[in-house]
Design a protein around this ligand. Structure first.
Ligand code: ZN
Length: 224
């Protein structure tokens, strides 16, 4: 009996490969704790003696270029790749948990890479912004949402009202950024805040709230 128990423990400890792969997506606005959640899952995988590799896109250099860090101090070494395809040659054969942070910055080829990895019996954990500052879907996230087995949407706290925030407000020189403002504005002072739907202000977007019985402008294209 004792021998069987010991055998079972050994099998569990040595089963480095998951029997089946899958994709998990953690998404939400800025300040919603995505990287925190990613690191929490990686810590648990590490305790379970899984072989982990972490990747992130080249353009994110908020902290250290070779780390995925959370605000509470958790950190994992990350390999920085420019394109989704660059990830495959870096993969170790015995890696069974693959994490990618800031996944929204990759192009849509990341969907094929994630699918390939999951089909190769790997657990793929992705984290990224679901919407840009305009409230529009971010890059490959919609496709990843449809392909993932598990999707976890996190929310932050609205800086205006204190309710749950689902969106990222961009402020340029203290004012809400216009829908058509370029992503990079040289010399401008930019701040980002978490906001709820009601307090997410984007001048110039088509989905403005209905006021005084006026027909929303996007309906003009649908009704004529
Ligand atoms: Zn609010």
């Amino acid at each position: 009996m004792l021998r069987n128990d010991k055998l079972l423990i050994n099998i569990n400890m040595n089963s480095h490969l998951y029997k089946t792969g899958w994709i998990e997506l953690i998404c939400g606005s800025m300040f919603s704790g995505k990287t925190e959640e990613l690191i929490r899952r990686l810590v648990r995988a590490k305790i379970a003696k899984q072989k982990i590799q972490v990747f992130k896109p080249l353009l994110d250099d908020r902290y250290q270029a070779d780390m995925v860090s959370s605000h509470s101090g958790g950190r994992f070494e990350a390999q920085v790749v420019k394109k989704p395809l660059d990830l495959l040659p870096l993969l170790d054969d015995n890696t069974n948990v693959i994490a990618i942070d800031e996944v929204q910055f990759f192009d849509k080829r990341i969907v094929d890479i994630a699918e390939t990895l999951a089909n190769s019996q790997r657990r793929v954990i992705l984290a990224g912004l679901d919407m840009d500052f305009r409230g529009e879907a971010f890059g490959p996230i919609p496709l990843l949402m449809s392909k993932a087995e598990k999707v976890h949407k996190l929310r932050a706290i609205c800086m205006v009202c204190g309710r749950e925030a689902s969106r990222t407000q961009r402020l340029i020189n203290g004012h809400p950024a216009h829908y058509n403002d370029p992503i990079i504005m040289v010399g401008a002072k930019e701040v980002y805040e978490a906001r709820c739907r009601q307090h997410h202000i984007v001048p110039g977007r088509i989905h403005q709230p209905i006021t005084n019985g006026k027909q929303p402008s996007f309906l003009d294209n649908l009704t004529h």
